[in-house]
Design a protein around this ligand. Structure first.
Ligand code: URA
Ligand code: SF4
Length: 239
């Protein structure tokens, strides 16, 4: 049976729409979702591979953080942001606290600073799947103010547990609040960066926070951040 002209037109239109849709998916980088559907043994990586592989104690911390009301930040947050990533390469990045985009999405470092952090991670040959990313406080301080000492103290057990569970090979403190808290010091980031410290037996490298780099995008600061990232790579490689 031959199709009537209007039916054929509709079929052509459908194929054209489908092609446009597939092109859009490809542009979005989601083409792999279609390809990876092939074998049951090879599930589509719709969520990062690492998410399924997270050890149960880590998931327990993340769930506790989602429900936590231990400090006043619970009253102003939209969502808490426990942390995420894989640990294929055993590196853990610790920022200060969620910003607006993170508070809205429940995910760490997804705003402008996050995009720069992605580049810093990629610059040393790693991806988000290789590293775990979290913060000193898991809920957004209103207006992005610095976390207060009692908030840092209230939230500390979560980070302590995350470090214990993941036992990273290298810890990276992003910015002053993270470096000061982890190293228990009052020294500023300019003095703490550029060398390998020790956090209870784990090498710790402090560097500028990507949000600071965005504000002060000078050649000098970028060079220093790049040196710190190379030090992260060297330490990870045991050199
Ligand atoms: N800045 C941080 O310190 N942490 C985030 O998760 C995002 C921005
Ligand atoms: Fe709990 Fe930390 Fe959020 Fe405070 S900042 S409510 S301690 S998860």
């Amino acid at each position: 049976m031959t199709a009537k002209p209007h039916q054929r037109e509709r079929a052509v239109e459908f194929v054209r729409d489908l092609r446009r849709y597939l092109e859009q998916l490809r542009e979005d980088g989601t083409e792999y979702l279609l390809i990876a559907r092939g074998k049951d043994s090879d599930p589509a990586p719709a969520v990062p591979r690492s998410a399924a592989a997270r050890p149960p104690p880590l998931r327990q911390v993340e769930e506790a953080v989602r429900r936590c009301r231990r400090c006043r930040l619970a009253g102003t947050r939209k969502q808490s942001v426990p942390g995420e990533g894989g640990m294929r390469k055993s590196v853990m990045f610790v920022g200060e606290g969620p910003g607006e985009q993170e508070d809205l999405s429940g995910r760490p470092f997804v705003g402008r600073a996050g995009k720069l952090l992605d580049k810093m991670i990629a610059a040393i040959g790693l991806s988000r799947d290789d590293v775990y990313i979290t913060n000193i406080v898991k809920c957004r301080p209103p207006g992005n103010r610095d976390p207060k000492p009692d908030e840092v103290v209230a939230c500390w057990p979560y980070l302590e547990k995350q470090i214990a569970v993941l036992s990273p090979k290298v810890l990276v403190a992003l910015g002053s609040p993270a470096a000061k808290t982890l190293l228990d010091t009052d020294e500023g980031i300019s003095r703490l960066r550029g060398k390998v410290h020790d956090f209870e037996g784990t090498p710790l490298i402090a560097t500028y926070h990507p949000a600071f780099l965005l504000r002060a995008y000078t050649v000098e600061n970028r060079t220093k951040a790049w040196e710190d990232m190379k030090l992260v790579r060297k330490t990870l490689d045991g050199k």
